[in-house]
Write a protein that binds this ligand. Structure first.
Ligand code: F6P
Length: 294
């Protein structure tokens, strides 16, 4: 078979390890085409000539060596058709898409056009439907928790309360997990939370702790506004930190690599069993293939 692989959407540590393991499991039996920059690579017929040795060299790196992108064009029928023309021109039988929810929709557009697809969930947000785990999540939590622990030493010295804004788009998974990892005092992670509630909790926390920790999920409430309100109502010293891309970057954790390898092996096994058009998901702690349905 001729198999194309692409990465799309936000990257996550462990994607290179997954890619390496996919290649390792598939390249002796199949011809592999690595597309540059996700769906842009399909549209522009941009194929990388990386070999197994190169993938092996970068297997432990953060990011994704075949590059990713958020390809707006691929939401348009015209470009979806161009991409499929290139797939047909290269006689590619199947595309493996590594990405999050947006990329999953892109993968479906390929299936609609009779291209066989396998999907591997990769996003630090850990919010791909049907999968308990997505590549990048463990490392993002580890990085975010380490960042908070690091910064909190100076907050301790000054008896300052700090609000840390964690990435995760609309998904609270990182903020909640990290909250447990650093024993945060208030998790501002959803619409059931409020500025007033946060202030009430901090009023009590401040009696027991020098430097309480608030974790705020991004896109919920303005971090500067939250700080001002807390300072005003409690008359305490508050600082803010946006954790940002430190979460998404860096080398994968041990668990990340183990999971990335299992995703790759499950994907390759199903391809070799001719079980196509699946998303590889974690269900009840097991790596399984789930049919992509419309
Ligand atoms: O990949 C997911 C994510 O990291 C979200 O947590 C975040 O909101 C978003 O991507 C940021 O995307 P970009 O780097 O494209 O601005």
């Amino acid at each position: 078979m001729n198999i194309g692989i692409l990465a799309s959407g936000g990257d996550g540590a462990g994607m290179n390890y997954c890619l390496y393991n996919l290649y390792k499991k598939l390249y002796k039996k199949h011809k592999i085409f690595l597309f540059n920059r996700g769906f842009y690579g399909l549209i522009n017929n941009d194929i990388l000539n990386y070999n197994f040795k190169y993938l092996k060299k970068h297997k432990d790196d953060g990011g994704i060596i075949i590059k990713t992108s958020r390809c707006k064009e691929f939401e348009m029928k015209k470009y979806q058709d161009i991409a499929v023309e290139n797939i047909v021109k290269n006689k590619i039988d199947l595309i493996i898409v590594m990405g999050g929810n947006g990329s999953f929709n892109g993968a479906k557009e390929l299936i609609v056009r009779s291209v066989k697809v396998m999907f591997i969930p990769c996003t630090i947000d850990n919010d791909v439907n049907d999968s308990e785990y997505c590549i990048g999540f463990d490392t993002a939590c580890y990085n975010c928790a380490n960042f908070i622990k690091h910064v909190n030493t100076t907050m301790q010295s000054f008896n300052r309360t700090c609000i840390y804004e964690a990435m995760g788009r609309e998904c609270p998974a990182i903020a909640i997990t990290v909250g447990n990892m650093v024993d945060a005092d208030y998790l501002y992670v959803g619409n059931s939370c409020s500025v007033e509630n946060c202030i009430d909790v901090l009023r009590i926390a401040k009696q027991k702790k020098d430097a309480p920790i608030v974790i705020l999920r991004e896109n919920l409430v303005d971090i500067k506004y939250l700080r001002q309100e807390i300072e005003k109502k409690l008359n305490i010293d508050v600082r803010t930190c946006i954790v940002g891309y430190v979460q998404r970057g860096g080398k994968p954790t041990k668990l990340e690599k183990l999971n990335a390898k299992k995703f790759a092996e499950t994907c390759a096994k199903n391809i070799n069993q001719k079980n196509y058009n699946n998303s590889i998901v974690v269900k009840n702690n097991k790596f399984v293939a789930k049919k992509i349905i419309f």
